[in-house]
Design a protein around this ligand. Structure first.
Ligand SMILES: Nc1nc(=O)c2c([nH]1)NC[C@@H]1CN(c3ccc(C(=O)N[C@@H](CCC(=O)O)C(=O)O)cc3)C=[N+]21
Length: 252
């Protein structure tokens, strides 16, 4: 293994506005960088800034050799043009995996994207680390049979109750009930809905899509919210940033 002494992977986060949940996520990402010895920089812009302000921040980081990953925290305020802003981000630093070329390569057979999006990557990592077999199962990707349930699907519980692996990312608290799940299934909760809770430090807490108390009685494996997919998503962001730094520094 080649040595790369003194080189530190760097992550840049651009945060527009003051959404409480975004502030929490960005904070968690910064703490995670500190824990593993990565550099992190946050650029905070006011809610009423212009597309050009965000694009300029992106372009500054594109040119900065100490930065190997750039993340524009989403959602952006309504008046901003998300597409235009994300298009400014150079492909090689797109640690979110949102660049059309990374997305396209992910979807096309036999092609390797430079980065894959952190949350789906986190779900796969959780399955692998927990020893859940994906191949041949009814679920999502990795040679499984995938069925997508969305807001207009009729009788979604009929589909989910046949699934070996259920991944819910609807943003609807208590959507997935005990009777939606087959006995022994694996349930991954990607939902992150902030709900008011005066007893919490920040005045709110995060809840997932899954009715945890019901589903835990039926499922064999389940991820909680908080403490499930969220922290693993942050971890995958660090993995992508590290991979990017290795690539840019010719370090294998
Ligand atoms: N460009 C972009 N990339 C993202 O990856 C991205 C984004 N925008 N916008 C929002 C979603 C959501 N997301 C989370 C990150 C961390 C936690 C997380 O750390 N959750 C902890 C703690 C929650 C808490 O402290 O309240 C947990 O679930 O245990 C959750 C959700 C990344 N996202």
């Amino acid at each position: 293994m080649k040595k790369c002494l003194g080189k530190v992977p760097g992550l840049a986060v651009i945060l527009v506005g003051q959404r409480r949940d975004s502030l929490t996520y960005v904070h968690n990402k910064i703490i995670a960088c500190e824990e593993v010895g990565m550099k992190s920089v946050v650029t905070e812009l006011p809610t009423d800034c212009a597309d050009a302000d965000v694009q300029n921040a992106v372009m500054r980081f594109n040119k900065d050799p100490s930065i190997h990953g750039i993340l524009v925290q989403l959602p952006l305020p309504q008046h901003l043009d998300e597409e235009k802003i994300l298009d400014a981000l150079c492909l090689e630093k797109d640690v979110d995996g949102f660049h059309p070329l990374n997305m396209g390569n992910l979807a096309l057979r036999g092609r390797e994207p430079l980065f894959t999006p952190c949350t789906p990557k986190a779900c796969i990592e959780l399955l692998i680390r927990s020893g859940v077999q994906i191949m041949g199962k009814k679920a999502a990707r990795h040679h499984a049979t995938v069925t997508i349930v969305h807001a207009f699907t009729e009788n979604p519980e009929q589909i989910t109750s046949e699934a070996d692996i259920v991944v819910s990312a609807a943003g609807v608290p208590s959507l997935v009930r005990g009777n939606w799940i087959k006995s022994g299934a694996t349930v991954i909760d990607v939902g992150t809905s902030p709900v008011e809770d005066p007893s919490c430090e920040d005045g709110y807490r995060l809840v997932g899509d899954v009715c945890f108390e019901e589903v835990i009685k039926v499922a064999s494996v389940i991820t909680p919210v908080p403490g499930g997919v969220g922290p693993m998503t942050v971890t995958m962001l660090l993995v992508n940033t590290l991979d990017s730094a290795k690539r840019m520094l010719n370090f294998t």
